[in-house]
Design a protein around this ligand. Structure first.
Ligand code: BGC
Length: 390
């Protein structure tokens, strides 16, 4: 063994001895004049222990626990990465910001950054993840447009000590710590049920009737799961679901595709809007084609542009997500993971963790008939609303 190594071993032993001596002298109280400077002594730079500190505070409480006492926690940055510029995402932004304010109110130094690309943009999401990693963020909540492409970035972040969760759309094959959002398969089934009800109520029920779907992504899981859930309900009821038209979250393109689909399929009985702007696109296309009442529309989400066509009787129902809470609880969970450690926070937050890693934020099925009740409920829950029920 080289002499440097010997010194290192001795040094750690002697530190332990010195600390235990200090603890024996007075556990849990302030001790004055405790022997320190051991490193210099053992490294051979000095011949006797020196007093370099005049007091050592000992405590029976491990330091990892005392970290939870609010303001002592280091400043932390939390990043939220969405999928597109849309009022849907503005609500997520508001939820994240609200959580950040509340955390600051407890004395924590928290900065919340919300970011979205203009429309679906996988490389831009990955670049943003890498920026947050290199800027030393404490936590990231991301809605991956492509769950496979995001996997390595999630791993890089976790390896760097950054907690990562998914919101809005999941990447279950990645190492993400949890998913906070809609159960999209079940929500897709609910959309299917609403479609069957719409077709019946509107007198459009017809065996073999064609139903179209418009979506912003065929990689994001939320889109795939919604369409699967929808099909699993309407197909056994005898309807033929067309291949989805895909617009990459470009609302203008969604309208073009909806109009072209109506023109190419004069016998269409229903249309399903998978993402927030898809329902409004179907509504406008149907109005422009003079087919209101002849095509049943079911959509997702409850921004103003979703609600207006419901009021006007052009859209039959919407599956309203609670995306405010994806942002709000997403930020809170990440902050808690940073303060308490990942496992404690996840156990506190996620029902039946670790067997389950999903926090289902839930949905509401909204139609013209329950618009008022829904409005009251949303306001009561503290979610921001940019429309009125009448
Ligand atoms: C989806 C999001 C999407 C948004 C806006 C929502 O229904 O959950 O993933 O980005 O619509 O298009």
């Amino acid at each position: 063994m080289k002499s440097r190594d010997k010194g290192a071993v001795r040094r750690s032993l002697s530190r332990r001895e010195a600390l235990s001596t200090a603890a024996k002298v007075a556990t849990g109280v302030v001790v004055a004049g405790v022997v320190a400077g051991i490193g210099g002594y053992l490294a051979g730079t000095s011949t006797a222990p020196q007093i370099v500190r005049t007091e050592v505070r000992t405590s029976l409480v491990p330091t990892t626990v005392t970290r939870t006492v609010g303001p002592a926690v280091k400043p932390m940055k939390i990043g939220v990465i969405g999928k597109s510029v849309h009022p849907y995402w503005s609500v997520v932004d508001k939820g994240s910001a609200k959580a950040g304010e509340e955390l600051k109110g407890t004395g924590l130094d928290v900065t919340v950054t919300f970011w979205v690309p203009t429309k679906e943009d996988v490389p831009a999401q990955l670049r943003t993840m890498d920026n947050y990693i290199s800027e030393g963020y404490a936590g990231i909540a991301v809605a991956p447009s492509d769950p496979d492409a995001i996997k390595p970035a999630i791993k890089r972040a976790l390896d760097a000590g950054i907690s990562v969760i998914t919101i809005d759309t999941d990447a279950p094959a990645s190492d993400r710590l949890a998913y906070l959002g809609t159960d999209n398969y079940m929500a897709g089934r609910a959309a299917g049920e609403a479609m069957l009800e719409a077709l019946k109520t509107m007198g459009l029920a017809k065996p073999g009737g064609k139903i179209a779907m418009g979506t912003g992504s065929i990689t994001a899981r939320n889109s795939l799961e919604r369409m699967q859930g929808f099909k699993d309900v309407v197909e056994p009821a005898g309807y033929k679901v067309l291949e989805p038209v895909v617009d990459n979250e470009d609302a203008a393109k969604a309208l073009e595709l909806a109009s072209a689909t109506l023109a190419a399929n004069p016998d269409l009985v229903g249309a399903f809007g998978v993402y927030a702007y898809n329902g409004p696109a179907w509504a406008r296309a149907v109005e422009e084609a003079g087919k209101v009442g002849k095509i049943a529309i079911v959509e997702f989400d409850a921004t103003k542009e979703n609600i207006e066509p419901i009021k006007a009787g052009v859209v039959y129902a919407t599956v309203a997500q609670r995306q405010y809470f994806m942002g709000y609880y997403g930020v809170k969970l990440l902050a808690l993971m940073n303060m308490w450690g990942r496992e404690s926070a996840l156990r506190f937050f996620i029902p039946r963790y670790p067997a389950n890693r999903i926090f289902d934020t839930g949905v509401d099925i909204v139609k013209k008939a329950n618009l008022r009740d829904y409005y009251d409920e949303v306001v009561g829950r503290g979610e921001p609303v940019d429309w009125t029920p009448e």
